[in-house]
Design a protein around this ligand. Structure first.
Ligand SMILES: [Zn+2]
Length: 185
């Protein structure tokens, strides 16, 4: 039995009722806002970075009421980011594992939010799973990415020297200004 799902417009209720599960890989470039956090250094690196995801639907029957609708989401990506200590590239494993319960409306979500362990979302006829995956990964990404231990590289000190040499060769702007002032009009 092969079914095609449009994850941009998922019928959550039916997906959960049938207890379905989907998983796959999606290129990082598909997620514009998430890709903005990455410091991929080439187009091929960006294309080869994949978001791995898994989505499972579930309903739980409630005595005397409508069954509760759940989505379990697991998503991960190895995101190249800029280390905020050494400014080099650091590969950050971003992982999100979250359970969502769908409720009828915003008022119910607000009323039940405090006492519920899972995140509450309002049930809509067409739910955008891609947006959820992207939001969850962005929230799970570190705000200040850092290497556990920054690499110290020899090439870096060499490039520092050449940088300083280049700086030394450039005329000091104030000295240059002084030269200009000395020139007769
Ligand atoms: Zn670092």
């Amino acid at each position: 039995m092969e079914k095609n799902f449009d994850l941009k417009r998922l019928h959550v209720k039916a997906f959960a009722r049938d207890g379905l599960s989907l998983n796959g890989l999606q290129p990082l470039t598909f997620f514009e806002r998430l890709a903005d956090l990455a410091t991929t250094q080439s187009a091929s690196e960006a294309e080869n970075t994949q978001v791995e995801w898994e989505l499972t639907g579930e309903t739980v029957s409630v005595a005397g009421g409508e069954p509760q609708i759940f989505l379990h989401l697991k998503a991960s990506v190895g995101l190249p980011m800029q280390c905020q200590r050494c400014l080099g590239q650091v590969q950050v494993e971003v992982l999100s594992e979250q359970t969502f319960r769908f409720v009828a409306d915003e008022a119910t979500a607000e009323a039940e939010d405090d006492e519920s362990e899972e995140d509450l979302l309002v049930l809509v006829p067409e739910f955008d799973v891609w947006e959820l995956i992207e939001d969850e990964l962005i929230m799970s990404a570190p705000i200040v990415p850092k290497h556990p231990v920054c690499p110290t590289s020899v090439t870096m000190s060499v490039s520092d020297e050449s940088f300083e040499a280049a700086q030394a060769e450039r005329p000091n702007p104030f000295a240059a200004l002084a030269q200009l002032k000395k020139k007769p009009h």
